[in-house]
Design a protein around this ligand. Structure first.
Ligand code: HGY
Ligand code: MN
Ligand code: MN
Length: 425
């Protein structure tokens, strides 16, 4: 029923914006390449006969009205911004598949009870400003002016970048939606892990989404001469930093669902023959259970403060973003499973280690996610890959799920799915 070729071709057409010579796609928010990508998405939405708007933070929204006047909408969301040298599927699959669902309904002249919106959210990744999910936060009414002060590596704040993109940062609240206008949220995404591949499956239903906690660590010692300064009198911040990073790995490995990543590490002043004066690194810590994540965080911080005080090294830890892990809706979970069964796919449930825009709607409406297999579990990497067939299967499951969710016969209450409340640790 959906047009798999069209989904596939559009994924590659979109990937040209931000394509890197050295491989992969780099498409940060509020850049020219992202603007061109949004314009192409808007064009696809118009092809599907949608009313296309952009809200106060640049979310691109395509809407199809339903039969019932004033009924709340089902939202199909994802993002088209990327990490640096990322793949072509992370985000775009969900937006292009969402448009495909609506184009198919248009071509088959199928009306639904509830309206449907497909949304390309602004800056899900947080790659440019080290603060993400800007568009979905704004729609959930939780984006603040303080958030807009986060800046990129050139010191440009989100607010300034918005202005340069023709948006008014003072109007972010205009993007906030009334929860009564939204019935539910569903997203198709690549798994970005190896679970589906290890189980030889194309599609899975997401039980819950792990919450990323991003923190910035700054350790300050004293620069000195690499040759003339004896080891015992040095105040070298890099040594405790290395100790802390090793401790982070050891501590995190004690918890089966927890993951920790040091993605950025900066040594200043960075001279070969200079004892570092300062070290800055970022920590991305996640677990599907918030208590576990907090426990790991507190243990790491206590250890770090202890060894830094022993070495007379100053330590500063600041939070870049703290996203609560979110369980998915049982009802939507059931609808996705039934859709899988309808097309002969085995039902399979798995948690999401990656964060997604749907998390921002946790207090807003029930959320559901569909995963397709990632080859070798690789993502955030030019080698990110999913097969055309799996993209087609995922889009078909999304199509059937949306058809069911937009029918009056399916009622949704804000509930959590049973499976991700169990505590493994
Ligand atoms: O970082 C993440 O989990 C997602 O790719 N934004
Ligand atoms: Mn991503
Ligand atoms: Mn993503």
């Amino acid at each position: 029923m959906i047009n798999q070729e069209r989904v596939w071709n559009r994924l590659f057409e979109l990937s040209q914006f931000g394509k890197q010579e050295k491989g992969g796609v780099t498409r940060f928010s509020f850049t020219d390449e992202e603007r061109k990508a949004k314009d192409l998405i808007a064009f696809y939405m118009k092809e599907a006969d949608l009313v296309v708007t952009e809200d106060a933070v640049g979310n691109v929204i395509g809407r199809k009205e339903g039969r019932i006047e004033g009924a709340p909408a089902v939202i199909i969301g994802s993002h088209i911004d990327s990490v640096s040298q990322g793949g072509i599927f992370d985000g775009p699959l969900g937006v292009i598949a969402g448009i495909e669902v609506l184009q198919t309904l248009y071509e088959k002249e199928i009306e639904t009870d509830h309206p449907i919106e497909v949304i390309a959210f602004t800056d899900e990744e947080g790659s440019r400003f080290r603060f993400g999910m800007i568009g979905s936060r704004a729609m959930a009414g939780t984006l603040t002016n303080e958030d807009l002060q986060n800046c990129d590596k050139n010191g440009i704040t989100i607010a300034q970048a918005m202005k340069e993109a023709g948006l008014d940062p003072n109007k972010i609240l205009d993007a906030a939606r009334d929860p009564r206008t939204i019935k539910g949220y569903v997203e198709l995404h690549i798994e970005q892990g190896k679970v589906l591949e290890n189980n030889h499956l194309s599609v899975g239903v997401v039980s819950g989404i792990a919450g990323p906690l991003w923190t910035k660590w700054v350790l300050t010692g004293e620069a000195g001469h690499a040759g003339a300064t004896p080891m015992e009198i040095r105040k070298d911040p890099l040594i405790p930093a290395a100790d802390i990073i090793q401790f982070i790995e050891t501590e995190t490995k004690k918890y089966p669902n927890a993951v920790a990543t040091i993605g950025q590490l900066l040594v200043k002043p960075g001279g070969v023959n200079v004892i570092p004066s300062q070290v800055e690194f970022t920590l991305d810590l996640r677990d599907i259970n918030e208590e576990t994540r907090n426990k790991i965080e507190h243990t790491i911080v206590a250890y770090a403060r202890k060894i830094c005080s022993e070495r007379e090294i100053e330590i500063g830890i600041s939070t870049l973003q703290r996203v609560t892990p979110v369980p998915c809706s049982k009802e939507i979970h059931k609808v996705i499973e039934a859709s899988c069964k309808e097309i002969g796919l085995e039902k399979f449930e798995l948690p999401s280690g990656a964060g997604h825009d749907g998390m921002q709607f946790k207090d807003f409406c029930p959320i559901g996610m569909i995963f397709i297999q990632s080859k070798n579990g690789i993502s955030h990497n030019p080698d990110e890959w999913s097969s055309k067939e799996d993209c087609g299967k995922g889009t078909t499951v999304l199509y059937k799920t949306v058809l069911e969710l937009t029918s009056l016969r399916t009622s949704l209450i804000n509930s959590t799915s049973i499976s991700n409340t169990k505590e493994e640790n």
